[in-house]
Design a protein around this ligand. Structure first.
Ligand SMILES: Cc1ncc(COP(=O)(O)O)c(C=O)c1O
Length: 451
């Protein structure tokens, strides 16, 4: 590359970054189920933490999720920030231990799978098949198999019920005797039958990991499922999907038994020194703001998110689309899945909707073959972002009418785009969160009786 080309690329990069912000933030309606929306207060906090974003805080943590020892100087406030963030996160999940240092949900899975398999000295893990909604990090073709070196035993999935086939899977767990049973997934409309599976796991000495990446904010809001109460040993997750924080990962647990405490130590060791040096502490305060927002508004946000997803399921179904899970009300989470094979398949439909500025993703459906990943029969739609922007049932129905126009080929997507942009622009600001840090501080002072 010549210097001139280098500088041209640099300029283009700045322009593309500006253009992206305008396009996805202001002009599109985003229904990607794995993305979330931070409040202006959380964003202000990220911006405030410019120095923190440049710092290191390597070291060991204790079994409350607090800082135990740090190997750098200058930690006076960083330690307070990490401890306070851990406390707020523990409170909203009602647990005794949290690990907020993983940089992503995938890393949260990595440290958990690695830590637990080291402790049990058992390299077998039971998980749901990829096509039935597991994340690639649970699979032998992804992190669990190729990085952590686990042998993956697939539990059985019931395509009709859109859930784990419990009797069959209990038999598989008992026969295979894995060290880990992982539940949760990326296509995740219904809570798995935790109690039976956890009982079988306990019988063979396996730890139950619940990957709540998608539903973390719903769990915080008291919806979907309460995995710790229902038998999970460790919950992993992303902090940026239904949990409306900065991009990151976490693991949490209620350390009631000695073996859970040993396991938590192994997981901490897998975080540092084994897989991170810099834990990107600049995100912690914004994570804490998101936790505060969930503490105050999490139940309303979670309920409305699920209601919006169910409304979309009903509306698309009543208008002729094959929405999965009809007999169970389509979903109990933020997402729905639709079989669009008769409209050209998931890839085609997702591209057409993109032309209308409705951003969704194509998705394998439980009965698709794993080899169909590039041409799956379905699409997945998530309603957490639009809910935070203030969409209610009638707005979701309006949006569904635009989706139907495109999917059914009734109108040119480019003509639909204008209405999508108008709909997007009719929702300014966000709900269930704070507009600014000043608003947060005023609210807290009032709650504390300081004004
Ligand atoms: C179930 C599940 N686990 C883990 C992850 C990975 O999370 P992250 O993207 O934060 O690495 C995802 C991503 O969407 C997911 O769906």
């Amino acid at each position: 590359m010549t210097d001139r080309e280098f500088f041209q690329r640099s300029l283009r990069l700045i322009e593309a970054s500006r253009a992206h912000e305008k396009y996805r933030e202001k002009e599109c309606i985003n229904l990607i189920a794995s993305e979330g929306l931070k409040s202006p207060a959380a964003m202000e906090m990220l911006h405030l933490c410019r120095d923190l974003e440049a710092r290191y805080c390597e070291g060991e943590n204790d079994l409350e999720g607090h800082v135990k020892e740090r190997h750098y100087q200058g930690q006076r406030f960083i330690t307070q920030i990490e401890n306070l963030t851990a406390d707020l996160v523990k409170d909203i999940f009602r647990c005794s231990w949290v690990e907020i240092r993983p940089l992503s949900g995938t890393q949260a899975n990595q440290v958990t799978f690695f830590g637990l398999s080291s402790l049990t000295n058992n390299s077998k893990m039971a998980a749901v098949p990829l096509s039935a909604g597991a994340h690639i990090s649970h699979d032998y073709t992804g992190l669990a198999g190729q990085v952590v070196g686990l042998e993956i035993i697939n539990m059985t999935y019931d395509h009709e019920e859109l859930n784990i086939a419990v009797d069959e899977s209990v038999r598989i767990i008992k026969a295979a005797r894995p060290g880990i049973v992982t539940l949760g997934g990326s296509l995740f409309q219904f809570p798995p039958p935790m109690e039976e599976l956890a009982e079988a796991a306990r019988e063979v000495g396996a730890f139950v990991v619940y990957d709540a990446a998608h539903v973390l904010g719903l769990i915080a809001g008291g919806q979907f499922q309460q995995p710790l109460k229902e038998g999970a040993d460790f919950v992993t997750g992303s902090t940026h999907k239904t949990f409306p924080g900065p991009q990151g990962g976490l693991v949490f647990a209620d350390l009631r038994e000695p073996r859970q405490r040993d396991a938590a130590r192994e997981i901490q060791h897998a975080v540092f020194p084994l897989s991170t040096s810099n834990t990107h502490p600049g995100r912690f305060p914004a994570l804490a703001i998101a936790a505060l927002e969930l503490k105050l508004y999490g139940d309303q946000l979670a309920k409305q998110t699920v209601r919006n997803a169910q409304t979309a399921g009903e509306c698309l179904f009543e208008n002729g689309l094959k929405v999965l899970g009809e007999k169970h009300g389509f979903t109990q989470s933020h997402q729905i899945a639709v079989d669009v094979q008769e409209y050209g398949g998931g890839a085609r439909v997702a591209k057409n909707l993109e032309k209308a500025n409705i951003i969704i993703n194509k998705n394998l459906l439980p009965y698709d073959s794993q080899s169909d990943r590039a041409r799956p029969s379905g699409i997945r739609l998530g309603f957490q972002e639009v809910t935070r922007r203030g969409f209610r049932e009638s707005d979701v129905k309006h949006l569904c009418s635009l989706i139907l126009d495109v999917v059914k080929g009734r109108r040119d997507p480019r003509l639909v785009r204008k209405e999508v942009m108008e709909l997007r622009q009719s929702f300014q600001g966000i709900r269930y969160g704070f507009k600014s840090l000043e608003e947060v501080e005023n609210r807290l002072r009032k709650k504390l009786g300081l004004v």
